[in-house]
Design a binder for this molecule. Structure first.
Ligand code: ADP
Ligand code: MG
Ligand code: MG
Length: 251
């Protein structure tokens, strides 16, 4: 599904290398976690995969289902089944949440050659999914993320994910700033969406989210490279010992 090969990325504006030969492979149906200390390049990875400006790929690449991901426009990536949930979700004043969701869903359907949903079909779908996620109708009418609490923004991202039914979900620090209940809800949302043909890359500084979302594989990122890969026990090791030993062991 997602294959990242020897990815090197620098900032466009300054001569600063951030990713230094990052490689990993997430097969269909699996949940992989990327953990790493602050500044190791976690957010940069998610930005580059989403197609954000300001980063230059100097070597290596990434494919989704064998297609060159980095050559696609951001909206092509979404149509190809990529979904990114960010550490700081964007606020879109003046655009109702419902309108935003409907536009996104129909743009994706169109790109896939599927028929657009009628307003009746869309309403039925969004109400059902919102109910599952304990999102009230009021939140659907408000402008996207404007004035939403941290927990509401995260729930809203899970709603977007549930509506778009992506094949590959990348979540960057979706747990930061969440109270236990909101984190539980995010985890439940992810777990409900787990399936044999959908994969997740869960990027997190802390282990606690991984108590609720059991990963198949855990990668440790340091200085823009994966320095260690293991099972869920690796996350527990980080929880108990911090990053110190793993980093010094890798040299
Ligand atoms: P993480 O998400 O793991 O905390 P980031 O990807 O946010 O790491 O950052 C990796 C490194 O790149 C850090 O040293 C950060 O300061 C630097 N960095 C990222 N984006 C920029 C930018 N736009 N300008 C300057 N430095 C940046
Ligand atoms: Mg950071
Ligand atoms: Mg980050």
């Amino acid at each position: 599904m997602l294959k990242i090969n020897n990815l090197h990325v620098k900032l466009e504006e300054e001569d600063k290398q951030i990713l230094n030969g990052l490689s990993l492979e997430v097969p269909a149906g699996q949940v992989h976690a990327i953990m790493g200390p602050n500044g190791s390049g976690k957010s940069t990875l998610s930005y580059v995969l989403s197609g954000r400006d300001g980063y230059e790929v100097t070597e290596g690449g990434a494919t989704l289902d064998g297609r060159d991901l980095l050559a696609m426009e951001p909206e092509e990536r979404a149509a190809a089944g990529l979904f990114l949930a960010f550490q700081y979700p964007v606020e879109i004043p003046g655009v109702g949440n419902m309108t935003f969701l409907r536009t996104a869903v129909n743009a994706q359907r169109k790109a896939r050659g599927e028929e657009e949903l009628s307003s009746g079909e869309f309403l039925k779908l969004v109400r059902a999914k919102a109910k599952d996620l304990q999102i009230d109708a009021d939140m659907l009418k408000r402008p996207v993320n404007v004035g939403f609490s941290g927990g509401e923004k995260k729930r809203n991202e899970i709603l977007q994910m549930a509506m778009l039914e992506p094949r590959m979900c990348i979540m960057d620090e979706t747990d930061s700033g969440l109270d236990v209940d909101a984190m539980r809800l995010v985890a439940d949302g992810v777990n409900a969406l787990r399936s044999a043909d959908r994969s997740f890359l869960v990027i997190t500084h802390y282990q606690r989210l991984l108590n609720h979302i059991q990963p198949d594989v855990v990668h440790i990122l340091s200085n823009g490279r994966i320095i260690k890969t293991g099972g869920p026990e690796l996350a527990l090791q980080v929880e108990e010992e911090g990053y110190g030993d793993i980093l010094s062991e890798a040299g």
